[in-house]
Design a protein around this ligand. Structure first.
Ligand SMILES: [Zn+2]
Length: 318
């Protein structure tokens, strides 16, 4: 979700229950996405540190608390707060107390929940597990929701009648929730329509959101994860398009066993672990070429990061 939605959701919930610490919650809500400027550079130092990225370490239950607390601490400093208040010409003073730390964490939890609902997911249980959890309902940033959020934030900023502000906040929550309901409904529509076409070689099916709530990326695979079928399904026209099939691994030249050994080695390399972690489905293409394997990992669904990574493994002849 976009930064403004992450600000608005805790702010609106806290406003609805009459809390006077709305801003602390909103700051907690936005704090996690400052990972793009606070921790992402650490991840660039080495591929082993791939958890230090946007939607990485800060998007876990434990480190969300650390992040929202630090963020609240910084924003509650008088110099910082007055500096920003002067720029935006509004009083954004917050306190740093046990209560506001708790409320900021509440904001961070709404952030985790919203990002969990989007595609690709977040490592909620880090450091116990690096598995990402995703409900795959909203796209990672929904353009329409973002535009509505900007308008609502503007209404909250302007010095207009309180009733307009309340109406704008209510309208935003209604739009956000109803979009989620429509997307869940369309997703199950897409899955049900595609299930009928599921043939013997494919027995698993998943759907992934796109910017268009009526278009879903469908991935079918078999239990061995050796063949994949990717398509787009439009629930408005009940039409499937852009069908691609993949074999995994795809082995060119060389023997199957030698390729399997090389892939096993490649799988342990940090650049590969990083690529897999950032991918929906990382499939393998192994090419044998004079004593070495060029092993390419590629994501069959569009990924926001690099789409391919190639590593070389020398054949072990011992
Ligand atoms: Zn986020």
């Amino acid at each position: 979700m976009d930064l403004i939605t992450h600000f608005l959701v805790p702010y609106i919930i806290l406003a609805a229950i009459g809390s006077k610490n709305k801003l602390a919650g909103a700051f907690g809500g936005i704090s996690l996405d400052f990972d793009t400027i606070s921790v992402a550079f650490i991840g660039l130092l080495s591929p082993q540190l791939f958890i230090f990225t946007h939607r990485g370490i800060t998007h876990s239950f434990i480190f969300a608390l650390v992040t929202s607390t630090i963020f609240l601490y910084i924003l509650s400093r008088k110099q910082v707060n007055e500096f920003i208040s002067n720029i935006i010409k509004r009083d954004i003073s917050v306190e740093f107390t046990k209560t506001t730390i708790g409320i900021a964490y509440f904001g961070a939890l709404t952030h985790l929940f919203l990002d969990f609902l989007t595609t690709k997911g977040i490592p909620l249980l880090y450091p116990f597990s690096i598995t990402k959890y995703a409900a795959e309902i909203y796209p990672s940033v929904d353009i329409i929701i973002t535009i509505v959020a900007v308008v609502v934030l503007l209404v909250l900023y302007l010095r207009v009648n309180q009733n307009y502000k309340k109406a704008a906040m209510a309208a935003f929550m209604i739009i956000l929730v109803s979009f989620g309901c429509i997307m869940s409904y369309e997703k199950s529509n897409a899955l049900n329509s595609e299930k009928i076409t599921l043939t013997g070689s494919y027995n698993q099916i998943s759907a992934y959101p796109t910017q268009d709530m009526f278009t879903w990326n469908i991935v079918e695979s078999n239990a061995q994860n050796s063949s994949y079928r990717v398509s787009e399904y439009n629930t408005w026209q009940n039409q499937e398009s852009n069908i691609r099939t993949y074999k995994n691994p795809l082995i060119e030249n060389g023997s199957y066993n030698s390729a399997q050994n090389a892939i096993k080695i490649a799988n342990t390399l940090p650049v590969v672990e990083k690529f897999k972690w950032n991918s929906y489905y990382a499939l393998v293409d192994a090419k044998y070429n004079s004593n070495k394997w060029d092993i390419t990992y590629y994501d069959i669904l569009n990924s926001w990061t690099e789409n391919k990574v190639t590593v070389t493994v020398f054949e072990n002849r011992s």
